[in-house]
Design a protein around this ligand. Structure first.
Ligand code: HEM
Length: 546
């Protein structure tokens, strides 16, 4: 009976994992690793056959288990069987985890949408969409909560960060302090903080002449976010990366993205001695900065002022752990993202001399050289906004979007249906921002090119060139979601836009800039989608404007 019992055991283990999706490393290790050994023990006939019996049972067990998993996932019985997708993706998420590790998943997702259409099964239980009709039901009010992947990414933290809160009510409660921190009045107060760093950045660029602009923009956005979250304490623009922050972010983002495919892996990673050290050190540094900021008091209203509720608007005191956690999130969510977009903006501008000249002309009109910078004229600078939007379209900092989990239905057997799609409870669903933004059905012509004029034509503040037939012009802002949308969208959007506008205006107001000789302009090819779009170097040469 040994082979038959082993096959049955394998089928039961598959069924157990399928139904309960256990996350505990103990259970995950016990069932497939230890249980077969126990079966083998039960059938063992003598000490001489220990090895033979063990290897036979394990071979039968794993062959049956793998066959059962693969056949079920490929079979018409699987609830997602109706959706097309590559065989490897339907069998296991390991394939996408591998693609993700190489950094090219944004391109792969786009190619899959080209091949299979708007809905693609990208994992055994995961769907990626490029259909704008699902944006509102998925991300809008009443949409679905953050997928388990978000939670798994935050296992190391003593409190769940806002970005990982799945429950709508709890998420809205936690987001209240953030909303106050991003009100228009609060934003006005931040201008001085951002401007101080913009002046420092512009001076640093003019002094260095030749520079990796992407790196310097990273130092800039990182300093700004630390000013906002903890009232300062980090001086990357002045001192460089003394603490090894950038290598840590790079490896951290890679792991962060990997967990986005294999959330169960996070619990195993936590068991590896030392695996949390870097994150713990980062938290400790944030904690120390938060204590200092609290002691210093509020001379200038920053985000800390709102996130720690110095305003006194909440009924209950906000636990200090949450304040530190939120500050940490500001730094992590706000630095790399803004760095990527700002760097891409300069790449596209420098690649298109007539566009940079046009933007310069607008900047000179509103902020002639010598004029002090403020947000006074930003609303009127339509070409600047067109350039920023066009950059966010081509280079969305979170290209593969943010996963959601199909939440429970009062009748669990029903899953969720909208339009022509049906997703069973527990399906992980994403909307692929990069594909939407580069889909000719949404933005045409010159879909893959930097053409800021499309935004002006769409607002009727510019004529469509006569060479382009009216029917060929498509501009679908419903498909433009670089900051995601709905009640869990990017709350930092207004601050990011302020940073982008201020930095671009200040640099072009004061400096001339060009690519370093010999730069191969491989910017887009070097992108790596590790959840946030990580970039290569952007070698440029600056000179003071004459
Ligand atoms: C150009 C720069 C930025 C881009 C493109 C961007 C994009 C995004 C995206 C796509 C999300 C996921 C939203 C979702 O799950 O639906 C997000 C979340 C978030 N972002 Fe940004 N972001 C940027 C800058 C910032 C900045 C400067 C901050 C500063 C505080 C920030 C703070 C956050 C936070 C706290 C969340 C989580 C929101 C929540 O779960 O309620 N981001 N961002």
């Amino acid at each position: 009976h040994e082979p038959l019992s082993t096959v049955i055991l394998a089928l039961l283990v598959h069924r157990f994992f399928q139904k309960y999706e256990p996350q505990s490393p103990g259970i995950c290790a016990f069932l497939p690793l230890i249980l077969p050994a126990m079966v083998s023990g039960a059938f063992m006939q003598g000490a001489s056959s220990i090895l033979g019996s063990l290897s036979r049972v394990y071979a039968i067990f794993y062959t049956s288990l793998i066959l059962s998993v693969v056949l079920y996932r490929l079979s018409p019985l699987h609830p997602l069987a109706r959706y097309p997708g590559p065989v490897l993706a339907r069998i296991s998420k390991l394939w996408f985890a591998h693609l993700n590790w190489q950094g090219k998943q944004h391109v792969h997702y786009r190619n899959l949408h080209k091949k299979y259409g708007d809905v693609v099964r990208v994992g055994p239980n995961e769907i990626m969409l490029s259909d704008i009709s699902v944006i509102e039901p998925l991300l809008g009010p009443g949409g679905w909560g953050k997928a388990n992947h978000w939670h798994a990414r935050a296992l190391h933290a003593p409190v769940v960060p806002l970005s990982a809160v799945n429950d709508h009510v709890e998420h809205a409660r936690r987001r209240r302090t953030w909303m106050r921190g991003f009100s228009p009045a609060a934003l006005k107060d931040y201008e001085e903080i951002v401007n101080k760093r913009v002046v420092q950045l512009t001076e640093a660029l003019s002094a260095r002449k030749s520079v990796d602009l992407a790196r310097l923009f990273g130092d800039f956005t990182h300093d700004v976010m630390n000013d906002m979250a903890f009232g300062g304490g980090v001086e990357m623009l002045r001192d460089g990366d003394l603490t090894g922050h950038w290598p840590l972010i790079e490896s951290g983002m890679k792991a962060f993205a990997l967990i986005g495919h294999l959330p169960w892996l996070a619990r195993f990673m936590m068991l590896v001695p030392g695996s949390k050290n870097d994150l713990d050190n980062m938290r400790k540094a944030c904690f120390e900065r938060a204590i200092l900021r609290k002691k210093k008091g509020t001379k200038q209203k920053d985000l800390f002022y709102y996130l720690s509720d110095e305003l006194g608007a909440e009924k209950e005191e906000i636990p200090f752990e949450i304040v530190v956690n939120d500050g940490d999130l500001v730094v992590v969510a706000g630095s790399d993202t803004a760095k990527t977009v700002l760097s891409s903006l300069f790449f596209y501008l420098l690649s298109n001399p007539e566009k940079i000249a046009k933007l310069r002309e607008e900047i000179d009109r509103f902020y002639p050289p010598g004029e002090l910078l403020s947000s006074r004229c930003f609303q009127e600078m339509s070409y600047l906004d067109a350039c920023i939007n066009e950059t966010l379209r081509l280079s969305p900092a979170v290209p593969s979007g943010s996963q959601r989990d199909v939440g429970p239905n009062p009748d669990p057997s029903k899953g969720r249906t909208f339009g022509s799609y049906y997703f069973p409870e527990g399906t992980v669903v994403g909307i692929h921002t990069f594909t939407l933004h580069r889909d000719p059905r949404n933005f045409s012509p010159f879909t893959d090119e930097f053409w800021p004029e499309r935004w002006l034509i769409a607002q009727s503040s510019m004529e469509l060139p006569s060479s382009i037939p009216k029917a060929d012009f498509v501009h679908n802002t419903a498909a433009f979601i670089p900051f995601s949308c709905g009640p869990a969208n990017c709350i930092g959007k207004p601050l990011a836009i302020l940073e982008l506008r201020m930095a671009a205006v200040s640099i072009l107001q004061n400096l001339d800039v060009r690519f370093e000789d010999g730069y191969a302009r491989t910017w887009e090819d070097e992108w790596k989608d590790h959840f946030v779009l990580m970039t290569g170097k952007l070698p440029v040469v600056f000179s003071n404007r004459r």
